[in-house]
Design a protein around this ligand. Structure first.
Ligand code: SAH
Length: 230
């Protein structure tokens, strides 16, 4: 059974609850700004996007909490701070074409769609991709292209990208993704074991790739030809 099945009344009630309390403001002030997120365009988008629409209805009241939450198929929607941090590290601009690996609920894709010209997003589980696409269309976000498949190979037909974000934990940086970066483009990817990964930010410069590491984080596995095998 889907976590999203059932009562649209419960959905509406929970949505009202989340909207009427000040959970969004707490998310912005305590979970994002206080930890150093300062990109005002990004903060405005996260203040405006109805995150409760991306989580199962029975969790809508927790939609703005400082944690990841379960979605269907054993996957998760990331903690707001991690979404904000990864987005900030991508340096998104209104003229950018960006690629996301791991559509999941579609929340990260929606944030990027509001900040960039176009988002290409790949998800290996068809039901998640379809549900995310319907959700984003409902929100009037039409600058997103969806693909069902293995994102570890990137999207060669649409490369090069100004930014690539991987929202699942990889055992190493997938080579195809680095190759599909435009000059100046950034790749943000969590790399490490199951228990913990560290966020890596790679940037293509003329003739070389530079790399930084930032915070520890915990994502579900990136499963694919150049990721985990199961
Ligand atoms: N960005 C999502 C969070 C995704 S959780 C959000 O905002 O909700 C990670 C997702 O990556 C899961 O849905 C999982 O199915 C997907 N995934 C794992 N390996 C993948 C791969 N190789 N290609 C595409 N998607 C993958």
């Amino acid at each position: 059974m889907s976590l999203y099945d059932g009562q649209s009344d419960a959905y509406d009630a929970a949505r009202d609850l989340a909207a009427t309390d000040d959970s969004r403001r707490i998310m912005l002030d305590r979970h994002l700004r206080a930890r150093g997120i300062s990109d005002e365009r990004l903060l405005a988008v996260m203040a405006d996007l109805p995150r409760e629409r991306f989580v199962p209805p029975q969790l809508a009241a927790s939609a703005y909490a400082d944690s990841a939450l379960p979605i269907d198929h054993g996957q998760t929607i990331s903690q707001p701070y991690i979404v904000a941090l990864m987005t900030e590290q991508l340096h998104p601009r209104p003229d950018h074409r960006v690629l996301e690996i791991g559509t999941g609920s579609g929340y990260q894709a929606a944030v990027l769609a509001r900040l960039c010209a176009h988002v290409f997003t790949i998800e290996r589980i068809a039901e998640l991709s379809d549900a995310a696409a319907a959700r984003l269309r409902d929100l009037g976000l039409n600058n997103v292209t969806y693909r069902v498949g293995d994102g570890t190979m990137g999207w060669p037909e649409e490369a090069a990208f100004d930014g690539i974000i991987v929202t699942a934990g990889a055992p190493h940086v997938p080579a195809a993704l680095t190759q599909q970066l435009a000059l100046g483009g950034r790749l943000v990817v969590p790399v490490g074991g199951d228990a913990e990964q560290s966020l890596r930010v790679l940037q293509r410069r003329p003739g070389r790739i530079i790399e930084d590491r930032s915070v520890p984080c915990r994502f579900v596995r990136l499963i694919g030809a150049d990721g985990w095998s199961t």
